[in-house]
Design a protein around this ligand. Structure first.
Ligand code: B12
Length: 211
């Protein structure tokens, strides 16, 4: 691997968001294309973080630092990627359901998916079922991700799926759900396409849905 890209990967793994932007600029100055920086520098770094997180060698605060470093580099190359017309891996709409203000896990999932090349449209938190429907109609994503942390709000995921059915657009989008009270059994019950218990598994699921 190119030395500067390997150093950038290491900065992502270390969660060094102070130095990652300068290293990204240096890679561009060296003549590397934004696409190479993403695919050969940033993504391998985040892939490593995902593996380490899943195997219990990295913890949430460290993953958040890494995603922040990733974001700081993405801020620099995102406009260049758009210019060169690099196709994203897929488009994901994500949001925390109605009545629920927990967004740390949802943000982590969004950031890790962005780090893996997906375009993310983050609707935020406390999102009404109809707002999910309107967003799917407007943005036509491949995947809709819903998050809930309260046993009192997970029911809103089913309402959103029903609302998508009623609008006739349920089959246009894969639905993945997550959050501490959510289980695979619950996902099956409400007719979601998939469940992931953490951000790294959410990335795997999103990749599976888009391949
Ligand atoms: C931080 C926190 C808060 C913060 C939220 C800040 C924020 N911006 O998010 C504040 C203080 C606002 C808060 C408020 C409340 N909270 Co609170 N909160 C928590 C706490 C401590 C941590 C949650 C968290 O961020 N975890 C870290 C993230 C990274 O993990 P995660 O969310 O599970 O996400 C991971 C996975 O679930 C998955 N995932 C998540 N979303 C998605 C989406 C998709 C698509 C996929 C595939 C995967 C996925 O991937 C993520 C990353 O690995 C939990 C306790 C706990 N230990 O979980 C309680 C907890 C969730 N809260 C609880 C409660 C009761 C409340 C309040 C009702 C308290 C009150 N009486 O006011 C309010 C409700 C406010 C509301 N309407 O939402 C309870 C819920 C109980 C229950 N079973 O319903 C918990 C479990 C605490 C407890 N033990 O009682 N809370």
């Amino acid at each position: 691997m190119n030395k500067i890209l390997s150093e950038l990967s290491t900065l992502i793994i270390e969660g060094n968001f102070n130095d990652a932007p300068a290293k990204t600029e240096a890679a561009l100055l060296e003549g590397l294309r934004a696409e190479s920086i993403l695919n050969e520098g940033l993504m391998p770094g985040m892939d490593y973080v995902g593996v380490e997180f899943k195997s219990g060698n990295m913890y949430i605060p460290e993953v958040l630092q890494s995603t922040k470093a990733m974001q700081s580099s993405m801020d620099i190359i995102r406009p260049l990627l758009a210019e060169t017309g690099v196709e994203p891996a897929g488009k994901i709409i994500i949001g925390t359901v109605k009545g629920d203000l927990h967004d740390i896990g949802k943000n982590l999932v969004g950031m890790m998916c962005e780090g893996s090349g997906f375009e993310i449209i983050d609707l935020g938190k406390n999102i009404e079922p109809d707002a999910f429907v309107a967003a799917v109609e407007e943005h036509k994503p491949n995947i809709l991700g819903m998050s809930a942390l309260l046993t009192t709000t997970i029911g809103s995921m089913e309402l959103a799926i029903n609302a998508l059915e009623e609008a006739g657009i349920r089959s246009t989008v894969k639905i993945m759900i997550g959050g501490a009270p959510v289980t695979q059994e619950f996902a099956d019950k409400i007719g979601a396409d998939g469940y992931a218990s953490n951000a790294a598994s959410a990335v795997d699921l999103a990749k599976r849905f888009s391949s």
